[in-house]
Structure formats: C-alpha cells, structure tokens
Design a protein around this ligand. Sequence first.
Ligand code: F6R
Length: 612
Amino acid sequence: MCGIVGYLGKRKAAEILVDGLRRLEYRGYDSAGIACLYDQKIDVIKNPGKVRTLRERVESSALESIKKANVGIGHTRWATHGPPNEVNAHPHQDASGHFVMVHNGIIENYKSIRSGLAQHGIECISDTDSEVLIQLIAFCYEGNLEEAIAESLKKVKGTYGIVVMTDHEPGKLVAARCGSPIVLGLGKNETLVASDASAIIPHTRDAVYLEDFDMAVITETGVQMFDLQRSPVDREVMEMDWDACAAEKGEHAHYMLKEMFEQPDSIRNAIRGRLDFEMGTAILSGLDFSPRDAAMINRVLVVGCGTSMHAGMVGEYAIEEMASILAEVEQAAEFRYRNPIITPSDLVLAISQSGETADTLAAVREAKHKGAVVAGICNVVGSTIARETGRGVYLHAGPEIGVASTKAFTCQVSVMLMMALKLARTRRMPLNEGEELCRWIERLPELVEQVLAQSDAIKAVAQKYADCENAFFIGRGYLYPAALEGALKLKEISYIHAEGYHAAELKHGPIALLEEKTPVVALLNNVPGKDKTLGNAEECRARKAPVIAIVSEGDEEAGEGFNDVIVLPDCPPCIAPIPTVVALQLLSYHIAVARGCEIDQPRNLAKSVTVE
Ligand code: F6R
C-alpha cells in the first residue's frame, strides 16, 4: 500500500527520496510526491501516476529547494479516501504552507476533526483523511514540532505512520507510528526514515523499528525517541540482512520472474541449519519450545491471508497428519471478529511474508489477549508481527518485490513442513520417518530446479490459453491448497477469472460453468485420492473443457488423453505442493506476459495490506 520515505543528512534529498519511492513502487500506489525544505522554504512536487513522472518533474525542476535541500519527505499513495489526483496525493501541507506531512494508515475520525478545524476557519482542500492531521498539527503548534504532533495524535483514532517537517524548525524531521510501520535507517551523518526497509537498504543496514505510539525526532545530531507523553524510549538497533542488489531485478524481465527463479536458493536459505538428521527433526530455535512445551500443545491454529493462508493450509494438513495434533487454518480477518474459542494449550501461528498485514496482526493481538501461545512465520525481520509475537521462524527468503507472492510461499511451506516435523517428533513420529522427511525437505531446492527447467515448455502451454476468460484449478489433499494458490496467482497477474476448488466440489455447482473455452488445471500428481481427481478431470473433459493435467514422473499415463500435460518430479504428498505451485506460478506468469499484463504491479493490488 502507501509508501513513505524521508531523508535528513548531507546529500541531495530529492534524489534519495525519488530513488526510495522507486524502491517502494512494488507496494502498489497510484500517485507520488516529495517535499523538500531549503533556506526556510518548503516546496512540494506531486502527481497522480508513476514515480517516473515524478522523477522527470523533479529532474527538470528549477526550484531551489528541490535542487539543493538536504532534508525532505516523499510518498507513494494507494487511494483510499478520494481518487488519485494531485490534490489528494501526499505530501499534504497545512493552509499556511509551513507544515508538510506524509501519512500511511487511516484517520478514522477525520470527519469530526475536519469539522472542528472548520469552526476555527481552517478548511481542508483534499478528500483525504490525511490532510486533517497536518492541519491539526499546524493548529496545535506553539514553537515545538514534536509537542504539536504528540498533542494532535492524542486526538486521533485510527492508524498512522507519519513523517512531518516544518520550515519553522528546518533541521528536523519527526516520525510517529501507530499500526503502520516506520523504520529508521541510521547512516553515517544521515538518517533515513521509511515505511519499509527496502527504501533504506542501499544506504545503511542499521535499522530501528518504531513501536506503536513512538515518536522519533531526527536532527543532524542523531535520533531521539519518545512516547506520546514525551518520556524517552529506547529501541534496539537491528542489522538488516538483505543486500541492496537482492531488491533489484537485474537481467530478469520482471521481479516475479527473478523471484520464481530464486526459489531453489531461497528455500536453501529457509532450511539451512534447521534439519537435524541425527534426531530426524527440525531445529527452529526462534520457536523457543522444549520438547515438553511442544508436547503440551493441543491444537494449532494458523492465521494468515491470501497466499500466506494457502501455505498455512499445507501446514494444517501436515501438522494433523504427522503430529496428530488438531490443526485449523483460518482467514485472519475472520478470526478476530468471530470471537474464537482459545485455550492456553493452543498454539496460534501467524503466517505473513511482510509481517505487516493488518488482519493478521489483529488476529495475533486477539490470540495473545485470549492467552494462546503465539508464534510468527515472517519474512521481514523486525516487522510488526515478528516483534509482537516475540517468537517464531523467519523465512530468510530475501526481499520479495513482485506483488504476486512466489518465493515467500515456497519458503512458508518449507517452514511449515519443518514445524510439522518438529511437532511430530515430540509425538508419535518414529526416527526413521523423521530422517526420511528431512531428506525430502533437503531435496526441495533440487525439485524446484527441475520444475523451473521446464519454463519454456510451460510457456508453450500458457500461450494456448492466454485468451481464456475463466479457468479452474482442481486438486485434493495437499494439492487442494495448491489449486487455490494456482488460481490466486492467475487472477492476480492475468486478470483471468480463476477459481480453485477441491476436485470433489466441482460437481456441487461450479461444473455448470464449464465449456470449451474454460480450461481446467487438474492436479493429478501422486497424492492419495489422485484417481478420484482423475475421474473429476474426465468429467470436465466430457463437458468439452480443455484439461491441463499436472502429473508425476513415472505416472505419465495419468495425463493420457488430456489436452496438455506437465510432468513434475515424483515426491511424497506433503512435498508435492511446492513443485506443483512453482509450475502454476510459471503458467500464470507466461499467460500474463502473453496477455501483455503489468506483472510486478498488478492493478488495484498492494504488496502489503496494512488496513483492515
Ligand atoms: C498474493 C499475495 C497476497 C498476500 C496477502 C498476505 O500473491 O501476495 O495474497 O499473501 O496479502 O500478505 P502477507 O503474507 O504479507 O501477510
């Protein structure tokens, strides 16, 4: 969703801000802008549309502040209140023009604040909820910016990550957060502030994440942190382990393509040092469970959204099957509001690539409040979910920039399998089965390589179906979540209406939609129930729907008679979702490319969904 970047140092702010916004583009946005402060004057340049338009305007600007300032703030906006146009774009200024702010999140009581300001003759000019906040800060200002911000934030309901500056106090930026991430990058003689580490990685690895209700006052002499009562707070400096080129797409046409091809390495990183062959188990030290703690768990609840939820479903199946622990997966947004029954012997696993998804975070808070043991499975180190759960497992997948999640999914499933293995070995799983599963998990990178090697063959299949308008994905058991994920990938990047179904469910309604131009991707690899799925695929064929059969090596006859066949390496059922989803990622990608779609920033989508 929206992105924030701010800079205070010795270098030219405008260049750093625009570059930072470019790095945040992947989050999804529809307008962009920067504000720079020089010689006690603030100038703002903003526009609907792309960062490259903003860059052209900045580069050709004759404004002194844009050319010379060493301090400034920038923003990419993903419209919520009001359409994407210049007035609604950030940064927003107060009526006097002396104060300027960028904001992520939603000010829920903006209407009442706006009418309160109107009673004092202050009129807002945009449709946004954000503008009221900078008008309010200017109204509360009595000579100290952080005091005015603290006063104003006490009146606000909702979520915010903000950075503010004023020409009354030129060498200062003030950042604050509640519910929307803010990370500071501590460089040499300079400080960066952003909503997402990817904007600061090229400049420094030392990062400090603000907690809710923290304020950071950034000046030339460094950073001071306070809470809203102005008492000092101390936050840990973390070292970010991502390098800057990991967030560049290099020679690949798209980030998504690069990230799909990174999967052998990202899985290697996710499993490195975590397989204990001698004990036939997994070492997940961040979970901080003794075997006895693990043995006390009566139920595992996995909460997440979208692709992460699909990875959680694989975990649900694996935990029940291997560890014989009752496991359930739930859409995180639903979890909070349906008042779930939670007991102290429940383990709640929050699964989130970004670690910032508002619905998943809300579920974490609800589960903690109800006394469950809560752990996170996140990619972004130091993200809110990682910090609030306090225990968990990092994916180590590296930055995922493509909006459609690929390498995070396969790493999440790898971690879920290790989690199931660890729990299973404290219960009934014998040593030899544990060792066998370790061996298969270790082979995952190699299996994924075999699938990626088929990219051209999958592209040839994709081109045949690039003009379809509907598609179905069907699977059973461990391949049911894979069918859901395959359909999600296709709809996200190609805008083809696609649905994933349990193969048995097709007959209960959706089959009515089948016709000659509606391909069905049937997941017929070797998992229990394959023969029944084969029967369901035949039912589709009988209704003239073209069938793309995904089969296992050595069982090619399962694909006989179908329109297209993709052969994947044979592996145990719990392993199968990973190679299968990699094949479906490639299929979606090649279809979307053939349709000329925007791959890395699909319409309407945001990489990290930080509002409920
Ligand atoms: C789909 C996708 C989304 C995310 C979902 C949760 O490709 O990326 O469905 O999986 O928005 O995001 P995280 O994992 O960051 O919590």
